[in-house]
Each structure stands twice: as structure tokens, then as C-alpha cells.
Design a protein around this ligand. Structure first.
Ligand code: TYM
Length: 334
């Protein structure tokens, strides 16, 4: 299809308050990669309803997320930024791929197990087939590369397996995608429990820095971050709290862990925490200001939504028609 440039696809759920983990693990890399690829960045609102949502809140969050993509530096004239629910091909391809995915594969998905445990009163079929919709997102645009945080690797592996399985049956229909994992920031951990990833759904709000947190809140959360009693700044698995703070610092400022450790040699944890807080503020404050500016320009955001959903639909349909033909659906009569 569009293959002058390689294709990149990624998406984020418009659920809960986005965290620094979402930014450093994904969005920041999207911006870095966007010049080198033909990019599709989706607000994956269809994934969000696997968990009950308040409709008005979901709509508001979806728009805020789309605005955030642009505020983070993705040019919507060059990158296709759109709502998943505006492109019918996602659901149509997901159904077809459902028929090429095994229950056993889906049963192994750790995210399904986690979410099912958390929402025991609503273990719906959508939650179970969630990774297939994700595979459809990616394969619909023939994506070569998918920048994600480490927590999405298992879903990506499944996507690759589905694509390979389909190609083995029907010829080279899908590009088999590769994950892109950033060097630092691919797994930002909770500030209160560094054995858990920083998550939108954490009950303890001090564990996560939210993208819309004000500078005082950010500084307070960093100061309260759990570390250890070694009293020595080092970057190693045995000091997970400290390692996480260094990861955040490096991902925000584009430094390496080695450089950071040198910088804080002989200094106390308090000083490091302050510096981490300041680094986070230096990244999030301009982002928040840009979001506020863009939110006021309703007509501009509306025009992006319209143009880009048409563009996405066009490319999605190309793959979809090919797949429908391969599996034996009757041709359309024009
Ligand atoms: P979601 O919305 O949970 O997260 C969006 C992106 O943020 C990354 N991320 C993190 N990275 C580092 N540290 C963390 N603590 C952290 N928390 C989240 C995630 O890895 C992700 O890249 N299923 C996906 C959304 C999706 C998608 C797709 C992604 C739907 N279709 C197709 C890529 C391609 C999800 O729920 O991400």
C-alpha cells in the first residue's frame, strides 16, 4: 500500500488519567519516530468499553487524548491521528481475525488475567478478545513497527503469530510487525511500589504521576517516592525504587543511566528526587500548556478528526477488501 515509507501504528486507551508511564513508554517515542515513518496514531476508544465507562466521560477523555497527541508534537497533517471507532474496518477485521485466533492463546494473556481479576463482575467476551482487536488495529494498516511499552509485548507477539498464520494460509497478506521499545522508560514503575508498573488504575494516586498533575503535586510525589536504605545512588535491580527514578530522569532529559549515576555520585536521595521532580515538570508543563491552548481551538481539532478519520478509513479499507476476498466473501457489485 502506502509503502514509500515504512508504516508505524500505535494507540492508547482513553481510559483513566494518563500517566507519565504512558508518555515516557509510548508517546514520547511516537514523536521521535514520526518523521521516519508513515504514522497512524489511534485513540483506541473501542478497547475502552471492555470495562464499563460513563459515556460522557469517555467522549471527553477521547477528545482530550487526541488533543494530547497533537500537543506532544505529532503533526496531524503528517500523521494520521484518529478515533478507532470512526473507522469501521477495525471491528470488521477483528471479527475475521477472531476466527484465526485460538482460545488457548487468549487464555494465556497476562493482561486478560489481571483485568479479569480486577473486574470479576464483568468478565465480558470483549475483554477476552481484546488482543485480537489490537491485532486488527495493527494489521489493518500493514504496520512495520509498533512503538509500545514492555507491558504490550505479549499482545504484539500474538499479533505477529496471527499475521504469520494468516499469511501461511492465504499468501503475503499482512506485514508482520515488529515492536519498538525505547531504550529508557519502557517500563516506568509505581513510585510507591517499584515492583508494579505505574498505572492509570492504581488505587494509590501517589504511585503515579498523571500527565495533568501540577508542578507542586509532581514535586511532592517525587519527594515521597519509595527508595531504600542503602544511601548510595546506583542503577541496579536490587534498588528498584532508585532505578525507576533514574529511568524517569533519563527518559525526561535524554540522558543515559551511567551519566545520571555519575551526576549524583556522593549525593543524597533527597537531591536526586528533587532533580527527578524538576525534570518531570520541565517535560509536562509545556505539554499541559499546549493542551490548554489547543483545547480552545475547537474548529481546528474538529477538522483534524474529520480529515484523519477519512484518511484512516481509506487505508483500512484497502487491507480489509483484500482480506475479505482471501477468506471468500463475495465481491461487491459497484
Ligand atoms: P495503554 O493505553 O494501556 O497504554 C498506552 C501505551 O503506554 C505504555 N505504557 C507504559 N510504558 C511504560 N511504563 C508504563 N508504566 C506504562 N504504562 C503504559 C503501553 O505499553 C502503551 O504503549 N492495548 C493498548 C492500546 C492499543 C494498542 C493497539 C497499542 C490498542 N491497540 C495497537 C499499540 C498498537 C493499551 O491498552 O495501552
Amino acid at each position: 500500500m502506502i509503502k514509500d515509507k515504512k508504516v508505524l501504528f500505535s494507540g492508547m486507551q482513553a481510559t483513566g488519567n494518563l500517566t507519565l508511564g504512558n508518555y515516557l513508554g509510548a508517546l514520547k517515542n511516537w514523536v521521535t519516530l514520526s518523521d521516519d515513518y508513515e504514522c497512524f496514531y489511534s485513540v483506541v476508544d473501542m478497547h475502552s468499553i471492555t470495562i464499563r465507562q460513563d459515556p460522557a466521560t469517555l467522549r471527553k477523555r477521547a477528545r482530550a487524548l487526541l488533543t494530547l497527541y497533537i500537543a506532544a508534537g505529532l503533526d496531524p497533517k503528517k500523521n494520521c491521528i484518529y478515533y478507532q471507532s470512526h473507522v469501521s474496518g477495525h471491528a470488521e477485521l477483528a471479527w475475521i481475525l477472531d476466527c484465526f485466533t485460538y482460545m488457548g492463546e487468549l487464555n494465556r494473556m497476562t493482561q486478560f488475567k489481571d483485568k479479569a481479576a480486577k473486574h470479576a463482575d464483568n468478565i465480558n467476551a470483549g475483554l477476552f478478545t481484546y488482543p485480537v482487536l489490537m491485532a486488527a488495529d495493527i494489521l489493518l494498516y500493514q504496520a512495520d513497527v509498533v512503538p509500545v511499552g514492555i507491558d504490550q509485548m505479549q499482545h504484539l507477539e500474538l499479533t505477529r503469530n496471527i499475521a504469520i498464520r494468516f499469511n501461511n494460509l492465504y499468501g503475503d497478506v499482512f506485514t508482520v510487525p515488529e515492536a519498538y521499545i525505547g531504550k529508557v522508560g519502557a517500563k516506568i514503575m509505581s513510585l510507591q511500589d517499584p515492583s508494579k508498573k505505574m498505572s492509570k488504575s492504581d488505587e494509590n494516586p501517589n504511585g503515579s504521576i498523571y500527565l495533568m498533575d501540577d508542578p507542586d503535586t509532581i514535586m511532592r510525589k517525587c519527594k515521597r517516592a519509595v527508595t531504600d536504605s542503602e544511601a548510595c545512588v546506583a542503577y541496579r535491580e536490587e534498588q528498584p525504587g532508585l532505578k525507576n527514578l533514574i529511568d524517569i530522569y533519563c527518559a525526561c532529559l535524554g540522558k543515559t543511566p551511567g551519566e545520571a549515576v555519575k551526576e549524583f555520585e556522593g549525593k543524597g536521595y533527597g537531591e536526586l528526587k528533587m532533580a527527578v521532580g524538576e525534570a518531570v515538570v520541565s517535560v509536562l508543563k509545556p505539554l499541559q500548556e499546549e493542551v490548554a491552548r489547543l483545547e480552545k481551538d475547537k474548529a481546528y481539532i474538529d477538522s483534524i478528526i474529520k480529515e484523519n478519520s477519512e484518511k484512516a478509513q481509506y487505508f483500512a479499507n484497502k487491507t480489509l477488501r483484500k482480506v475479505q476476498r482471501k477468506v471468500g466473501f463475495p465481491d461487491r457489485i459497484r
